[in-house]
Design a protein around this ligand. Sequence first.
Ligand code: M6R
Length: 600
Amino acid sequence: MCGIVGYIGNNDVKEILLKGLEKMEYRGYDSAGIGIRDDKDVKVFKEKGRIADLRKKVDMSFDSTIGIGHTRWATHGVPEVVNAHPHQSSDGRFTIVHNGVIENFEQIKNEYLGDIELVSSTDSEIFVELISTFANEGLTTEVAFNKALKTVHGSFAVGLLDEADAEIIYVAKNKSPLLLGKGEGFNVITSDAMAMLQVTNEFIELMDGEVVLLKKDNIVIKDSEGSPVERDSFYTEIDESDTEKGTYDHFMLKEINDQPGTMRNIIQEYQDAEGSLKIDPAIIKQLKDADRLYVIAAGTSYHAGLIGKEYFEKWAGVPTEVHVASEFVYNTPMLSEHPLFIFISQSGETADSRAVLVEIKKLGHPALTVTNVPGSTLSRESDQTLTLHAGPEIAVASTKAYTAQIAVLSILAQVAARELGRNTDFDLMQELAKVTTAITAIIDDAPKIEQIVDEYLSTTRNAFFIGRTMDYYVGLEGALKLKEISYIQAEGFAGGELKHGTIALIEENTPVFALATQEKVNLNIRGNAQEVEARGAKVCTISMDGLDQDGDTYVIPPVHEMLTPLVSVVVYQLISYYAALHRGNDVDKPRNLAKSVTVE
Ligand code: M6R
């Protein structure tokens, strides 16, 4: 979603801002802009579409050493140049970039902005006009900025330039993510560490309610009462080369191919010197103290949570519920006496999940976050974090994060089972090593999977994914993957549910993907496949070696029955990739979507 960058220092800022915005393209956006100072005033350049289009518009003829930039994912107002950021106050003095949503913008407009003529349809323009209005009443910029921050309700991360002062970027945040970056003779702001790795890997976290005066050789952080805050910086482990796609045509394909490596990282990170599974004892204590687990997540992470529930219940014997974050927050179910909340989030920034975290923290419940980004908001605000060790995931369609989430949840559940004295009769690390080999075999089979796409998905407008038990959950993920990048309407169903309504949608040649990796329900799912085939569906059966039958379209290598989602999903990831590719879609940046969904 929206992304912010800002720089103040000695070097020309244009390339730094544009490169930073390019690094955030993966998050999803529909317009972009930068505001940079020359020796007199702040000049704003904005464009709808890609950063490459913005580049063409930027006047490169003058140097500037202070500036702010923004990628916008439309919330208030259509994706047009006029609504792109930065926004300037009507007197031209203040220039703002803003992420988030100002909920009381209508009230602010009526109460404070009188007859100021607004040019855009954004809440962000109201924000900058409010600062300007307070400054025009005689307040200093810092006081006007603070007063405006206290007047607005909602989520925000902001960077503000004052034409009257070339030495400061004013910065603040509430709910929306924002980092400060430190350098020799310069400092930066960024929504995403990756965007500023080009100049620094040293960052400082910013907390809600804090206000920052960012100067080129000094960073002053103040809390909401105006008292100075001291905070240590940290060095990010992300290597800039991890954020490039190298020889792959798309990040998604690279990330699918990263999965065996990610599995190996996880196996290494979560075992001790003796080769036993290892999880921080404080996390295991949280789990042992809980009478019920509440897994909270969205999208693909929610689908990983469904698999995690199987592990927690079947291995560790702890009752587990899995909830979509955006529903849970407004329709909270009855909670047990000693709940433990487990947040699953690749980015660690998903606003829907964070809204739940804020609420359950008010109630005093413990929280664990399972994330790919250790310094993320969910990670910081939870009591404990488990890291995915998957490396940056750039493609909007989540692939390696899903398999990493499942692998880490399986390790957590196994350690909990061991500590709770429950006997599980297999070596998980050995089984995960087999999974790694199986994933590699499927990736090597990519040309065969591409042929499946030719045969089943070349012209269709819809597709169904069926399965039972864990295969049903993988079907949900397969359908999400296919729809988000190929735009084929795809739905996942429990095989047994078809007869209760969905089968009415089956027509001649409707593609149905049937997954058969679970012995207990192998015959049942095959029966469901026959039911749709009898009504004209074109069934693609994907089974596991050992449970396969003549005529199956693709057979995955054999792995432990509880770990099959880690392997079968790779077939669906590749199917989705090729389906999107064959339709000429932008695989990594599908329409309307954002990588990191930072608004509720
Ligand atoms: O960063 P998160 O895991 O919290 O994101 C949750 C969803 O937005 C995300 O998984 C989304 O569904 C993926 N783009 C699907 O591929």
